[in-house]
Design a binder for this molecule. Structure first.
Ligand code: ADP
Length: 561
């Protein structure tokens, strides 16, 4: 007897309501479950916390055979099994901590249909005992959690995931395969499909647009960043926030600056200081464990409103009322940014994510990447491939900083989620690009002249001198060195110092120039330098007219007032 599509849909909805107590599926869940129940392989790409587990748990109750879940973290497995049993899904796990008798008991329960959902780590698939069991068991579905671990392109590559494809192939009856991940770049997705051997899978990408988040990007000089942040914090002193910094030292310095400046700023604006206790705590992996735990506890319990942290902060921290996340530096990838910024507004209330960046962030990131620590497990060739891949991730991040497109759209498109936005439309969650107007300025002459000046100075001076020479500075240092005699001296006297500097920095991050490392960084020609002498050379700089500052998200959460 075959069951119609409508009946299957009705059954899965009834199961959702009966076991989980939820009224409706979230986007993507229904389509994935329908495909699985129809025997089609799937790849579900959904962010963490969006409800992937339910997509194999519901089929485990409705399919006739056993569902095996391959999950990389043994430490989480027990929680997952307990959680499933609690709502009435008969679940168990097999891992190395169990005795052989205990394992045999689980196998027997699975064969008797008393276990519907069996969790295993990928390493288990290589053991003879498990293979014997699986060969004789009636397996309807194999769900692979964190499927991106199969891809060498991901950060979390696990070699044991490479055995999953062979394990499936060796089974006498091929079960349906369902792969799930929150990491979704095109390359990783292709790898998952190929390495796991998914057959014509239904690919569902959804849930990446966090419509309660306002995305802001702001280009600021390094020195201006701390002041901007202190002002923002002072204006939002009763809200909870996270500030991400690139280095441990920065977290401590910035926390100190905030704790010193914010009470002053609040006093000037006439606001009462909430209390004399610190507003910000620093958090990074170099702090003693007790201090880290305290910082985390104080933040989660609202004893301090603000944590200034490296990317070590956040994993496993459950705080739903974070109203803003500010990045003091540009992260290395959109994935990293999405994950960190996404810690704002978990309660669904309007919240704000601000990324502060400048051209030298880009230069630093590129440099770190090119000189990145060698991984001994990889050959020279593989290391170069990884570097190239990371450059590609970084380029997408730089693209986010520079784009004039809707930031929600940029992000969801990056994660492979469809959804056209009509021209001129405003995004749902709001973003600075939808609220701003843009203009581009032709800076070809400025760029060409900078390039000539680098040549005039024999590629042996830093950016400060180059800007001074171009603007015709009469500083003693310039005159003493006779730099007022080079042909480009004073050629950009009509252009503001900050514009010359901005164009120079943009040329560095675009590869026309490079800056050497060391105590006295020197500006030299980059790989694309020759393009600047081409008569057809055209170079533009984007400028933005930002909206008036909005006071985000306050009145909507009276509990925080
Ligand atoms: P993921 O595996 O994608 O990280 P989980 O499966 O752990 O996410 O789900 C995250 C949370 O969302 C869980 O508390 C889960 O019960 C809840 N959830 C999942 N699906 C729904 C739904 N359709 N309606 C409401 N809550 C849901």
């Amino acid at each position: 007897m075959t069951i119609s599509q409508e009946e299957l849909d009705a059954q899965s909805l009834a199961t959702l309501r009966q076991y989980f107590g939820y009224e409706d599926f979230r986007p993507g869940q229904g389509a994935l479950i329908r495909a699985i129940l129809g025997g089609r392989d799937v790849l579900g790409v959904m962010p963490t916390g969006s409800g992937k587990s339910l997509c194999y748990q519901i089929p485990s109750l409705l399919l006739h055979g056993l569902t095996i879940v391959i999950s990389p973290l043994i430490s989480l497995m027990k929680d997952q099994v307990d959680g499933a049993n609690e709502i009435g899904i008969p679940a168990a796990f097999i891992n190395g901590s169990q005795s052989i008798d205990e394992q045999e008991d689980v196998f027997a329960a699975a064969n008797a249909g008393r276990v519907r959902l069996l969790y295993v780590a990928p390493e288990r698939l290589e053991t003879q005992r498990f293979v014997n069991f699986a060969t004789h068991a009636d397996i309807a579905l194999v769900a692979v959690d964190e499927a991106h671990c199969v891809s060498q392109w991901g950060q979390d590559f696990r070699s044991s995931y490479l055995g999953i494809g062979d394990f499936i192939d060796a089974l006498p009856d091929r079960p349906t395969l369902a792969a799930f991940t929150a990491t979704a770049t095109e390359r990783v997705r292709r790898d998952i499909i190929q390495m796991l051997g998914l057959r014509d899978p239904q690919v569902v990408v959804t849930g990446f647009d966090r419509t309660n988040l306002y995305f802001d990007i702001l280009k600021l000089g390094t020195r201006d960043k701390a002041n901007w942040i202190a002002r923002y914090v002072a204006e939002h002193a009763d809200e909870s926030g996270i500030i991400y910094c690139a280095t441990r030292k920065q977290t401590e310095e910035l926390a100190d600056t905030i704790n010193a400046l914010v009470p002053q700023l609040r006093a000037v604006s006439g606001a009462a200081s909430p209390s004399s206790s610190p507003i910000a705590v620093a958090y990074h992996a170099g702090l003693p464990p007790a201090q880290r735990e305290r910082a985390q506890r104080d933040f989660v319990t609202d004893a301090v409103p603000l944590v200034v942290a490296t990317n070590a902060f956040g994993m496993g921290i459950d705080k739903s009322n974070v109203r803003y996340v500010i990045h003091h530096n540009m992260p290395e990838s959109i994935e990293a940014y999405y994950q960190e910024a996404g810690r704002a507004g978990r309660d669904g209330e309007p919240s704000r994510c601000t990324l502060l960046w400048n051209e030298s962030d880009i230069v630093t990131r590129r440099r770190l990447l090119d000189n990145g620590g060698a991984n001994e497990r990889l050959t020279e060739d593989e290391q170069e491939q990884v570097r190239r891949w990371k450059r590609h991730l970084l380029d997408a991040m730089v693209g986010y900083c520079r784009t004039t497109e809707c930031l929600h759209r940029y992000m969801t498109r990056y994660f492979g989620e469809d959804g056209e936005m009509p021209a001129g439309a405003h995004c749902v969650g709001g973003c600075v690009n939808c609220d701003s107007t843009f203009s581009t300025t032709d800076v070809s002459r400025i760029a060409r002249t900078i390039s000539m000046c680098v040549h005039d100075l024999g590629q042996s001076y830093g950016s400060g001198k180059i800007v001074a020479v171009l603007r015709g500075s009469q500083a003693k240092d310039v005159l003493d060195r006779g730099l007022d005699h080079v042909p480009t001296f004073g050629r950009l006297a009509d252009v503001s110092q900050s514009t010359v500097r901005d164009v120079l920095n943009q040329m560095v991050s675009d590869g026309f120039l490079t800056i050497t490392e060391g105590r006295l960084p020197i500006v030299m020609f980059g790989a694309r330098a020759a393009e600047t002498i081409d008569p057809a050379f055209h170079y533009e700089m984007k400028s933005i007219t930002r909206p008036k500052p909005v006071r985000p998200a306050r009145q909507s959460n009276p509990a925080l007032e």
